[in-house]
Design a protein around this ligand. Structure first.
Ligand code: TYD
Length: 217
């Protein structure tokens, strides 16, 4: 059986993860892979219930550490009930956000710090991590402008996290760049300022180089 890989897409609000996940899934399917896409917070039945608690309500509804514990409770369920079983079948899994979001948003954005988040991660997940993480990087003003358009189009979206200020998003971006720097084998930063097709081509080149995508069917 061929090996399936676990790929995560990360980035601030408005970096275009959803379009890129769809494009990457389509590319991989052209080479004959079975690809499962998922998202966090959520991705499994229990984790989706925790997602509702996390994303609804006032911006300060939860303390940052409470958020981390809820995020990892959800993540453990997601990993054990969906991600690992799919990988065991030889399928590829692409997740819209994963553990780096907790490090970037709660660790850096909300100033909890790297060590606090990493301790929870180790307790919950041990050494489990993605085979490849794509970090979509955009200047904050551009990302917020793109996300703003999306919020207007969908005014009742779960936007508790998107209501944070510009300063928060600057810390978030720096956090993601630091995570990528600290994990150079796993993470690849991609400039997300181009068109959907341009960014998709950059991502596909990285995936081909890093993972065994085979020669196609
Ligand atoms: P979502 O509606 O999925 O937004 P996006 O399209 O930006 O992924 O909401 C997810 C929000 O949750 C997003 O603002 C980031 C935040 N989040 C954290 O703060 N920590 C985490 O560990 C995860 C997975 C998400």
């Amino acid at each position: 059986m061929e090996k399936g890989y676990f790929i995560t897409l990360e980035g601030g609000d408005g970096t275009g993860k959803t379009s890129q996940i769809n494009a990457l899934k389509a590319q991989l399917e052209k080479t004959g892979k079975t690809v499962v896409t998922t998202r966090e917070p959520g991705g499994s039945t229990g984790a989706e219930e925790i997602r509702n608690l996390l994303l609804q309500g006032e911006p300060n509804r939860w303390l940052p550490m409470t958020e981390v514990l809820m995020l990892y409770a959800a993540r453990l369920d997601h990993v054990e009930r969906l991600i690992k079983p799919e990988l065991a079948k030889g399928n590829w899994v692409i997740s819209d956000r994963f553990a780096d979001s907790s490090m970037a948003y709660q660790g850096y954005g909300h100033d909890l710090g790297e060590d606090a988040v990493m301790r929870v991660q180790k307790s919950a997940l041990g050494d489990f991590e993605p085979d490849l993480t794509i970090v979509l990087d955009l200047p904050v003003d551009l990302g917020l402008a793109r996300a703003g358009v999306r919020i207007e189009e969908n005014s009742c979206s779960e936007d508790r996290f998107e209501r944070m200020g510009v300063n928060f998003h600057e810390k978030l971006r720096e956090g993601y760049l630091a995570i990528a720097k600290n994990n150079p084998d796993r993470c690849k930063v991609i400039d997300a300022s181009g068109s959907v097709d341009e960014v998709a081509a950059l991502i596909w080149a990285v995936v081909q180089k890093k993972l065994d995508v085979g020669t196609g069917i």
